[in-house]
Design a protein around this ligand. Structure first.
Ligand code: F6R
Length: 242
């Protein structure tokens, strides 16, 4: 695991965007695993300005998003579909056919999940996976538990995640209780993983991911078993790293 501590969120976002654009320059057909949430917003902004300056071309990349709420209309402003199109896809030259975001309802979720895994395999797996981290150590929506799922699956969101994500909804009651998430296998099979963490509220989770025991009770700790992980943390998130 490589850990790089950046002075602030702006520098972290620029560094993350530079790593993504290098990946695309070295392989224009790269398969990227993408995350939503507050943390990667700055990275998407930087990638958009690199695209506007002709420094990167998204024309041949393929993307797979980590997760999406179950039973939430893709047009809902808090859906991850809306987030991705609004904050990134609509502003760059990615092809619609190359975008994958899980989307399902209770009735069809099993089919959707297995189709998603097949699509990832058919694309040749993920070259570079971007991750954020929950305060409870979740990656994607793989929540702390006594066991973790291998494949894409439906997950009951943990109480801390519902609490944390309620900041995006008008009330906590509106936060969906279930989501579809990529499993640990697609994440761990990615050639490279780039985890971004910003702010003091992530400091404990980052400490446990790096120095703590490897446990399903802190899913990000499993990344210690991967051979090509870079963590970019700002000063606040790296507070407990010695
Ligand atoms: C989002 C995702 C989540 C977030 C995590 C941190 O696609 O997979 O694991 O990365 O909840 O979210 P923020 O960045 O909002 O703190």
């Amino acid at each position: 695991m490589e850990i790089e501590v950046l002075d602030n969120y702006k520098k972290l976002s620029l560094k993350a965007a530079t790593m993504v654009s290098s990946q695309i320059t070295s392989n224009p057909n790269s398969v990227l695993g993408l995350a939503t949430g507050e943390t990667p917003l700055g990275m998407y902004e930087e990638l958009i300005s690199m695209y506007e300056d002709d420094l990167v071309d998204f024309g041949d990349i393929i993307t797979f998003n980590l997760d999406e709420y179950l039973d939430l209309d893709p047009h809902h402003e808090q859906s991850y579909h809306y987030y991705m199109y609004n904050n990134f896809f609509n502003q760059v030259n990615i092809k619609e056919k190359n975008i994958h975001i899980p989307q399902g309802k209770k009735e069809n979720c099993k089919k959707i999940c297995s189709k998603y895994d097949k699509e990832i395999s058919r694309a040749g797996g993920i070259d570079l996976q971007i991750l954020g981290i929950g305060t409870n150590g979740h990656i994607g929506f793989n929540e702390p538990d006594h066991k973790l799922h291998v494949d894409t699956h439906v997950v009951e969101l943990a109480e801390d995640t519902i609490e944390a994500n309620s900041r995006f909804f008008s009330s906590k009651d509106e936060v969906p209780r279930q989501a579809i998430s990529m499993g640990m296998s697609s994440i761990m099979k990615a050639n490279k993983i780039l985890l971004l963490a910003s702010g003091e509220k992530k400091a404990e989770a980052i400490k446990k991911s790096i120095n703590g025991e490897i446990t399903t009770r802190h899913p990000a700790s499993l990344l210690q078993l991967h051979t090509n992980v870079t963590i970019l943390a700002d000063q606040a998130a790296a507070k407990f790293i010695r």
